[in-house]
Design a protein around this ligand. Structure first.
Ligand SMILES: Nc1nc2c([nH]c(=O)n2[C@H]2C[C@H](O)[C@@H](COP(=O)(O)OP(=O)(O)OP(=O)(O)O)O2)c(=O)[nH]1
Length: 145
C-alpha cells in the first residue's frame, strides 16, 4: 500500500479496531528507535514512535502528526510495512516506513531515549515483540540502493 491508497482509519463502523500507527523513520541509511518511558508494561522497551489515529484521520496523517508531537520533526510516511497486530482488544498496530524531512528528533513525549540504528545494529535494542517482526523488512529498506 502506498500513501495514495491510505484511507481514514475510522471510515467503518464502531465495531472496527482503532488503529495505532508506528513509523520506522529512516534517515541517511539508519532507522530511529525510541525507548518508551510509560506505561509500566512497555517502559524500557524500544519501538517505532507513533500513536493512535484520531477519528477521520488517515494513517499517514496520524503518523506525521504523532512524529511531530513526540519527536518535534517533520516526516513523511512512505509505505506500509507488512503485518498488523492486535495490541489489545480493539487496538490494531500498523507500521509504516517514513522519511525525515526536517528537524532533529528529540524525546519530547512518551520516550526517554532515541537511537539511530544502521542495518547491522537493529538487534542491539530490546524491541517490543511486534516491532521485531518487521526488522527484516526495515533492514531491506536501509540497504536498498
Ligand atoms: N506507538 C507505538 N506503539 C506500539 C508499537 N509497538 C507496540 O506494540 N505498540 C503498542 C504500545 C502501546 O501499548 C500501544 C499503543 O501505543 P500508543 O503510543 O498509541 O499509546 P498512547 O496511549 O500513548 O497513545 P496516544 O493516546 O498518546 O496516541 O501499542 C510501536 O512500534 N509504536
Amino acid at each position: 500500500m502506498d500513501r495514495t491508497t491510505d484511507r481514514p482509519a475510522h471510515a467503518g463502523g464502531a465495531a472496527e479496531n482503532r488503529i495505532v500507527v508506528g513509523g520506522a523513520l529512516i534517515h541517511r541509511g539508519r532507522v530511529l528507535a525510541a525507548r518508551r518511558s510509560a506505561p509500566a508494561e512497555v517502559a524500557g522497551r524500544w519501538e517505532f514512535p507513533g500513536g493512535k489515529a484520531e477519528p477521520g484521520e488517515t494513517e499517514t496523517e496520524a503518523l506525521e502528526r504523532e512524529l511531530m508531537e513526540e519527536l518535534g520533526v517533520r516526516a513523511r510516511a512512505l509505505t506500509r510495512l507488512p503485518g498488523a497486530w492486535l495490541v489489545r482488544p480493539g487496538l490494531e498496530l500498523r507500521l509504516w516506513a517514513a522519511e525525515l524531512l526536517a528537524g532533529d528528533p528529540r524525546p519530547l513525549q512518551d520516550h526517554d531515549e532515541l537511537r539511530w540504528l544502521g542495518p547491522a545494529e537493529l538487534a542491539d535494542v530490546e524491541w517490543l515483540e511486534h516491532d521485531r517482526e518487521v526488522l527484516p523488512e526495515v533492514a531491506r529498506l536501509l540497504t536498498a540502493p
